[in-house]
Design a binder for this molecule. Structure first.
Ligand code: FES
Length: 148
């Protein structure tokens, strides 16, 4: 199946741009790398599937990119990206040295520095991940884990 092209993260994009992108036969999600320049910078996106999937890309401290679904693997609540260590400790009762994805429903916490490892809560696994491709000045979300 081909995917439509969706341009994300350009708040100043002309109003006509999304219509042109939506009209294209091939769909992909791409983000300017400049938006992910700093460690722990993040960009949220929506992966175009039959049931669109909210996702997030995070620049990890070691410079690599990590992309995951923001759907909790426990009971599908939407995950939050949290960077404040004190808030993470107070709200989710986990002591971490870096930002996490956290679930507001049953307080599962996923360690981004460990590729989504479950640190706390009932989630049976980390969030579904996305395969990325970096080329030129953009990162493209190629496919979702388990997708052909
Ligand atoms: S839905 Fe996320 S921990 Fe239950």
């Amino acid at each position: 199946m081909e995917r439509r092209k969706i341009l994300l993260g350009i708040a100043t994009a002309p109003g006509w741009l999304p219509r042109i992108c939506a009209a294209q036969a091939k769909t992909s999600v791409w983000i300017p790398l400049s938006r992910l320049a700093e460690p722990w910078s993040s960009v949220e996106f929506t992966y175009p599937a039959a049931d669109p999937v909210p996702g997030i890309i995070v620049r990890l401290r070691d410079g690599t990119l990590y992309a995951a679904s923001r759907i909790c693997p426990h009971q599908s609540c939407q995950l939050l990206y949290r960077t404040d260590k004190q808030e993470i400790s107070d709200t989710f009762e986990v002591e971490v040295g870096n930002p996490v994805l956290a679930c507001p429903c049953h307080f599962s916490v996923f360690d981004l520095a460990q590729k989504g490892k479950v640190l706390n809560g009932p989630a049976p696994r980390g969030p579904v991940t996305f395969e990325l491709k970096v080329a030129g000045d953009r990162v493209t979300v190629l496919k979702m884990e388990g997708e052909r």
